[in-house]
Design a protein around this ligand. Structure first.
Ligand code: HEM
Length: 104
């Protein structure tokens, strides 16, 4: 069995932008937030708007609590594939990206 983290492309993530299936990217991690839409204290609309894309800024700009981050972490399904990552966003913990993690 492989313990490699599932990698998703931006194209794959983009189509998951409805209440039937809502995925989002947070710091290069990919999250299936479908089940959380109805539970979000800030409303489902906010989540739906951010789904299908990167919601790192929207999430951080609000200044969510550690609890919110814990909820998010539990919804993780994989990571954005390395080719689609941008330089300024590191995944939490173990980023293996060659763009943002300069190998000295
Ligand atoms: C899946 C991702 C998200 C999770 C797990 C999440 C979780 C939470 C939680 C637990 C709270 C309660 C306060 C706190 O603990 O910080 C909250 C409040 C809030 N969130 Fe999120 N959030 C997410 C994404 C977003 C996004 C993308 C936005 C949009 C811009 C947003 C906007 C807000 C707002 C405005 C509140 C305040 C609601 C109020 O107190 O009236 N959230 N969120």
């Amino acid at each position: 069995m492989s313990d490699e983290v599932q990698q998703y492309s931006l194209e794959e993530i983009k189509v998951h932008n409805t209440s039937e299936s809502a995925w989002c990217i947070y710091k290069n991690g990919v999250y299936d937030i479908t089940k959380y839409i109805d539970e979000h204290p800030g409303g489902g609309e906010q989540l739906l708007e951010a789904s299908g894309g990167d919601m790192t800024e929207a999430f951080d700009d609000f200044g969510h609590s550690d609890n919110a981050l814990q909820i998010l972490k539990k919804l993780k399904i994989g990571e954005l594939r390395i080719e689609d990552r941008t330089t300024d966003k590191k995944t939490e913990g173990n980023c293996r990206c060659r763009k943002c993690c300069v190998i000295m």
